[in-house]
Design a protein around this ligand. Structure first.
Ligand code: ZN
Length: 143
């Protein structure tokens, strides 16, 4: 399934040291009323919390990395859940030896420095996350 979109606003900026990365990106989307879009970022974090969805158990497990890491890549999207903009993002983080860790960005990941871009999309159709029976995840509905 897919929907057609047109480009909307582009917002670029940076986050302050100590902010919660996911919460700060979500607040930006909410403050700018971006209900559909993409987000990307690079930078560094002082600690990270990543989710891994166990498909058989249909439950998230969390990986806590209590050390400074580079944000090698953050990519995600913005859509609606429970009536407000929600950011779904995955990150790849690198350590001092260049080793990478990755997963579903969870709250508890703290910014050391972060430069982001948010691309808004405009569409006649809004994407609203709803629980999906086959996966147990909040996904975009089939239409
Ligand atoms: Zn995810």
């Amino acid at each position: 399934m897919n929907i057609g979109v047109k480009p909307g606003r582009t917002i670029i900026g940076w986050l302050a040291k100590g902010e919660d990365l996911l919460a700060a990106l979500e607040k930006l989307a909410q403050d700018h009323s971006i209900t559909l879009g993409e987000v990307s970022a690079i930078g560094a974090v002082s600690q990270a919390r990543l989710g891994y969805y166990n498909q058989a158990e249909r439950a998230y497990y969390y990986i806590d990395l209590a050390r400074p890491l580079e944000i090698l890549s953050l990519i995600g999207n913005i859509s609606l859940k429970d009536g407000k903009p929600m950011v779904h993002a995955h990150v790849t983080l690198g350590d001092k030896d260049g080793q990478a860790f990755g997963g579903h960005l969870a709250e508890g990941t703290l910014v050391f420095a972060c430069e982001f871009a948010i691309l808004e999309h405009q569409s006649a159709t809004s994407l609203v996350r709803q629980i999906d029976g086959p996966t147990g995840l909040f996904l975009w509905p089939a239409q």
